[in-house]
Write a protein that binds this ligand. Structure first.
Ligand SMILES: C/C(=C\CNc1ncnc2c1ncn2[C@@H]1O[C@H](COP(=O)(O)O)[C@@H](O)[C@H]1O)CO
Length: 220
């Protein structure tokens, strides 16, 4: 991430200078029933191109994954698809857009995706997307990384998941501070803006809670 040098003492007003270079997007291997989901994937893809941000994703061209990767790739940005060998056959995942990195399994895939990106965004999706999102939140909570995690809540798709997280706080299972790890918004421009603004706060709070991990964040 640019604007993130050692000793950078910018105030909150200066945080707008932060710029992501590569974002990892988790999203459905299906397109879902509403056109709003596909439209959101296309809008996020176009925004990444406009903001000169590269894409890391799960590889393949199925569902929303195909829409966003095709948009970013044809828009001229670098696309890295990280795909387990077992999902590589075209009949399972389709043609991967951009560079393909083949890995042995799902665990290696996630750490590769995390290593190559400086922020994460989840679009609507199923179990796979939710599992990837939850793992990145958990890793942030444990101090394994300090990268922003965003949720694009298209058409309220994730309202009940967000309500469950709030319930987790209310019932004492999720720390109030850890609830702030996940940044959500209804549209891609709003989400990326919030994530850029939030990055510096997040880094400071992670440094306070995990001083031993400073400088070692990408230690998966
Ligand atoms: C099983 C089906 C398609 C499998 N094709 C996939 N190709 C690449 N990556 C995938 C695939 N399925 C899941 N993933 C990963 O999980 C996320 C999407 O899962 P979801 O359950 O569809 O939300 C995605 O981010 C990938 O990293 C036919 O459905």
């Amino acid at each position: 991430m640019e604007g993130d040098g050692e000793g950078d003492q910018r105030s909150s007003e200066g945080k707008g200078n932060m710029r992501f270079k590569r974002i990892c997007v988790f999203c459905g291997s299906r397109a879902g029933h509403k056109s709003a989901f596909s439209e959101a994937a296309l809008q996020l893809g176009k925004l990444l191109v406009e903001k000169e941000i590269d894409l890391v994703y799960g590889g393949g061209s199925v569902g929303l994954m195909g829409l966003i990767s095709h948009t970013v790739h044809t828009g001229g940005r670098h696309v890295l698809g990280v795909i387990p060998r077992a999902l590589l056959p075209h009949e399972i995942s389709g043609q991967t857009n951009g560079e393909v990195k083949t890995v042995t399994g799902m665990h290696q895939r996630k750490s590769e995706m995390a290593k190559h990106a400086d922020a994460f965004i989840a679009l609507p999706g199923g179990y796979g997307t939710m599992e990837e999102l939850l793992e990145m939140i958990t890793w942030a909570q444990l101090g394994i990384h300090d990268k922003p995690v965003g949720l694009l809540n298209v058409d309220g798709y994730y309202d009940s998941l967000l309500a469950l997280f709030d319930k987790g706080v209310e019932e004492g299972f999720i720390d109030r501070a850890a609830r702030q790890i996940l940044i959500s918004a209804d549209t891609a421009p709003e989400l990326i803006k919030k994530m850029e603004m939030n990055y510096w706060n997040m880094k400071q709070s992670m440094t306070r809670s995990h001083p031993d991990k400073v400088g070692k964040w990408t230690n998966y």
